[in-house]
Design a binder for this molecule. Structure first.
Ligand code: FES
Length: 154
């Protein structure tokens, strides 16, 4: 599979009959400032991938909102307001959040304890779009100003 299903998208744009139809669903993001933004998101995308359509993607604490390699950093937390059309939370996902809440070492380094996960707490990189109607509250967006650095380029 190509990243972001590029082959499927190109075939679809060229009108190839054998290309599977791209299915999208509306997902609403409640941004940290309280504004709401609804995006049409391709089925099977994660909330984190879908957030690339916002003015700034969901913050993961990593450069430009990229994901951690193992889906275990717990820095892309969101709160689900309406779970319609979203995948179920997995045991692994809950364990990642609980490990952070317990202050367990991650990537060989200690870290501050995270919040205890509530029943609606999810990881944006684990939550997949399966249908319409999802609504999610975003804790933080990538702060592009902080990535810019100073005039010396550092
Ligand atoms: S980006 Fe690391 S758990 Fe989601």
């Amino acid at each position: 599979m190509t990243p972001f299903r590029l082959r499927k998208r190109v075939k679809s744009l060229l009108g190839r009959n054998d290309a599977p139809k791209i299915i999208t669903y509306p997902i609403t993001f409640v941004l940290p400032d309280g504004t709401e933004q609804t995006l049409e998101v391709e089925e099977h995308y994660s909330l984190l991938m879908a957030s690339q359509g916002l003015s700034s993607p969901i913050s993961t604490g990593r450069r430009a909102g990229s994901t951690c390699p193992d889906g275990g950093c717990d820095l892309c937390r969101v709160e689900i307001i309406d779970p319609s059309g979203l995948s179920e939370r997995t045991d692994f996902e809950f364990d990642v959040m609980q490990d952070h809440a317990d202050g367990k070492i991650y990537e060989g380094r200690s870290r501050e304890k995270g919040d205890v996960p509530g029943p609606n707490t999810r990881l944006a990189c684990h939550t997949k779009i399966r249908g319409p109607g999802g609504k999610v509250k975003v804790r933080a967006l990538v702060d592009f100003e902080s990535l810019r650095g100073d005039e010396s380029g550092t």
